[in-house]
Design a protein around this ligand. Sequence first.
Ligand SMILES: [Zn+2]
Length: 167
Amino acid sequence: MSVEQRYQPHDECPLFSESLEAHIVAVTRGTAPNHGTFCGNCYTPLARDSERCPHCGETTATRAPVDEIPAEVIEMLRQQRKTESSIVNSFAYAGFIIAIIGGLAIVLGIPYLRAHLLPATIVYTLILLIGGRTLAGVLGGYYGDHIAFDRARTRLRAQWAEWVREP
Ligand SMILES: [Zn+2]
């Protein structure tokens, strides 16, 4: 099994096809057995009688399908998802911190609020509830998600490249 023949992920063609990712998630949750027919190249689940992988195009004649996903590949996906979620979470957390500090600055910056505790508390609470959620959503959901995807992918590509080099 030479390195050049192995599936090399690039941006147009993710290493984990949606069906492989869904299958691995089911396996790790215990709702599906790690057994079936998988592409011998990219491990996408195949129909029993299919002759060509729908994801990478490898034919079963060139590379025989395997009947389980290697533990290393499952671990790679687990780590990819972990990297993604921890980056998204830290961006969301940063959004809340900005709302906490920014809200305090707004309340303290308005003389009327500085002198009246009850309205100040209400305004601050609203800033935290609305601003915090919005910022967390925007930072975590948009920026965090984009950065997380790139980061996790870069890492995944390195892991995959290292793994296919092993005999
Ligand atoms: Zn394939």
